[in-house]
Design a protein around this ligand. Structure first.
Ligand code: FMN
Length: 189
């Protein structure tokens, strides 16, 4: 796939077929991530590829956290919310957690965060070329201590940036319109 074709056809994919994700394809996409540009070459990105046990544990935790957040309603309502939140994660064929090593000054951390985001973009485009869809999630669970704990991530050392949901697209949504280039560009003399 040509670069422009990949950039323009890429969509965030939220609904996947039940087909398991090819491990080699994910590894190739993650390997594209580590070629992202990165000031001082700190290589701050870390990838946690969840196997079935960790995936289920994260889904269970997501259900529990969602149920705890229910302020009004009875136990039946709480159980519906719990089951829905758990099922949502279980519907994702593969979850990769991307974290960023926390190191150096505030500026270093800002640049490392930016580099990790560049890695995620590389990964998504490479996955797209592999026929794999992906959605970047930054929901509350990515910042929840329970998620870090079950993933074995020390929040003092690494910040979770994203949960990446991968799978083969069950549907590809239409492009969401963008502002025209001239609306976001200053052309200086
Ligand atoms: C930093 C970041 C966080 C995102 N978090 C979420 C999220 O939590 N949930 C979600 O549905 N999409 C999330 N997205 C995906 C955007 O919603 C998506 O890119 C946007 O709707 C445009 O759609 P497209 O990617 O198909 O062009 C995130 C994207 C970025 C860059």
């Amino acid at each position: 796939m040509e670069v422009y074709e990949a950039i323009l056809s890429r969509r965030s994919i939220k609904h996947f077929t039940s087909a398991p994700v090819e491990v080699a394809a994910i590894d190739r996409a993650l390997a594209a991530g580590i070629w992202a540009q990165n000031h001082h070459l700190t290589q701050p990105w870390r990838f946690s590829v969840l196997g079935p046990q960790a995936h289920r544990a994260l889904a269970t935790a997501n259900g529990a956290v969602a149920a705890e957040a229910v302020q009004v309603g009875d136990d039946a309502m709480r159980e519906r919310v719990r089951a829905g939140a758990e099922a949502k994660y279980l519907s994702k064929p593969l979850i990769v957690v991307v974290s960023c090593v926390l190191h150096g000054s505030e500026l270093d951390r800002r640049e490392d965060f930016a580099a990790t985001c560049c890695a995620i973009q590389n990964i998504q485009l490479a996955a797209w070329d592999e026929g794999l869809g992906m959605q970047w999630s930054s929901n509350n669970m990515t910042r929840h201590p329970r998620a870090a704990a079950l993933l074995g991530i020390n929040p003092a050392e690494e910040e979770i940036i994203a949960f990446l949901y991968f799978g083969y697209p069950a549907e590809t949504p239409p492009a969401q319109p963008r502002k025209a280039l001239d609306d976001v560009t200053r052309r200086l003399p």
